[in-house]
Structures are given as structure tokens and as C-alpha cells.
Write a protein that binds this ligand. Structure first.
Ligand code: ADP
Length: 226
């Protein structure tokens, strides 16, 4: 099976060389296959966000290699890294981070326009995505008029708007009550499965982790089978 994301020997420390240096990743390696959904489980502060940011080319590692779709992205310059990130990676966070002055629909259209997609095509795709997660009828509403669960559903659509190769999600339902978390997570999984996307999803919730294809745990800065 082809590889969507490969991390080899990733090392990362903050405040390097200073007395308050924090060594977070100490040789983390992982392969996520095309279409595979992997749960990343670890306690708070273990380095999950750091790993997701490096995997999605938002941050660079001190050592190790990052490949997306079999292409080594480690040594790209800033410009090429930004282009690759826009094309390859979709991000979802605990908070929706939708733009408050735009509607749900516009929030899903805008990243596509930034990526050079024509407006009619971007709009059709946005409506299709919002439909899939059951919020199409709320498309004209601004984020503040949506429930927490609806806001996250829209954020999922935005993350998938440019058809990334891999979805990187950091506690995507961590801010929701347990019942809402369950249905919103189901919507995310359906969206991911329906589009054949690969995903690396950080969660504290073992019940959610068990619904993914595989669990990896972060321990002392490395990844081990969960
Ligand atoms: P998690 O997502 O598992 O909660 P993080 O990747 O956010 O973990 O953080 C891992 C460790 O790195 C924590 O100890 C955190 O305090 C530290 N850290 C994260 N970002 C920075 C930063 N920009 N500067 C210094 N330390 C940081």
C-alpha cells in the first residue's frame, strides 16, 4: 500500500542550548498508509501537537525526515514548504478557528480560492462537504450562530476543502460534551472514509481511538504501537 505520511527519527527540542531546553521528540517514527486512520494517544504535554505540526510542515524538526505521498519534504525552502503544506495537509484543532465575519459556506470556500480554484467549483465542493457532515442547511450562518458541534463539522470541511493527502487533527472533539463528541467524531470518520483520506488524529479518548484503524502512543518522545 502506498504511504501517505512517513516520519523517520524525528527529533525536536524547544529552547535548544538554553538552561530551559525541553527535549520533546527523541526519534519518533511512523508510517501512515494511504486511506489509513491512526490514533495518536499520549498525555497532555507529551508532544502530540509538536509532532502534528512537523508532520504537516507547519514546523521543522531538528533531525529526522518527513515524507508526504512518498516525497521527501524535509529540506524544502520556506516557499516550497508552504506550497506543499497547502496541497498535502489539512488541519483540525480542538477549537474551530473559523473566521467569525464569514459564513460557514464562505469559510469552506475561502481556502480553495487561495489555492487558485474558481469560485463556482469551490462553492460546489463546499456545499458537497457541508452536506456530508449534515450542516448544509446552516451554510449561510456565521460561526457564532452555530453550535459547538456544528462549528467543528464546518472546520472539518474547511480542512478537507483542498483535498489534502493527510488530515492532521489535534483533539478534534476535545472541546465538546461527550455525547456531541461522539456524533461529531462519527461525522469526521464518515468524511475521512468517504474521501479515502489518511488521517493522524490525536486524542485522549480511548473509546474514540479504538474506532480508528490503529493506535500509536507517544512515550518519552518516541512512538510505540498502542
Ligand atoms: P501535547 O500536544 O501532547 O500536549 P505539545 O507538543 O503541545 O504537547 O508540547 C510538548 C512539550 O513541549 C510541552 O512540555 C510544552 O510545554 C513544550 N512546548 C511546546 N511548544 C513550545 C514552545 N513553543 N516553546 C517551548 N516549549 C514548548
Amino acid at each position: 500500500m502506498s504511504e501517505a505520511l512517513t516520519l523517520v527519527g524525528i527529533e525536536k527540542a524547544y529552547n535548544r542550548g538554553q538552561p530551559n531546553e525541553v527535549s520533546v521528540l527523541r526519534g519518533a517514527s511512523l508510517t501512515v498508509s494511504a486511506g489509513e486512520v491512526v490514533a495518536l494517544v499520549a498525555p497532555s504535554g507529551a508532544g502530540k501537537s509538536t509532532l502534528l505540526h512537523i508532520a504537516g510542515l507547519l514546523d521543522t524538526a531538528d533531525a529526522g525526515r518527513v515524507s508526504l505521498g512518498g516525497t521527501d519534504m524535509t529540506d524544502l525552502n520556506d516557499k516550497r514548504r508552504t506550497i506543499a503544506r497547502r496541497r498535502e495537509a489539512g488541519f483540525v484543532y480542538q477549537f474551530h478557528h473559523l473566521l467569525p465575519e464569514f459564513s460557514a459556506l464562505e469559510n469552506v470556500i475561502l481556502p480553495q480560492l487561495a489555492n487558485g480554484i474558481a469560485k463556482p467549483e469551490a462553492e460546489a465542493r463546499a456545499i458537497g462537504l457541508l452536506n456530508r457532515v449534515g450542516v448544509a442547511e446552516r451554510a449561510s450562518h456565521r460561526p457564532a450562530a452555530l453550535s459547538g458541534g456544528e462549528q467543528q463539522r464546518v472546520a472539518f470541511c474547511r480542512a478537507l476543502a483542498n483535498e489534502p493527502r493527510v488530515l492532521l487533527a489535534d483533539e478534534p472533539t476535545g472541546n465538546l460534551d461527550p455525547e456531541t463528541s461522539d456524533t461529531v467524531f462519527a461525522a469526521l470518520m464518515e468524511l475521512v472514509r468517504g474521501t479515502g483520506l489518511s488521517a493522524l488524529i490525536a486524542t485522549h479518548n480511548m473509546a474514540l481511538a479504538a474506532r480508528m484503524d490503529r493506535v500509536v502512543r507517544m512515550e518519552n518522545g518516541v512512538l510505540v504501537a498502542g
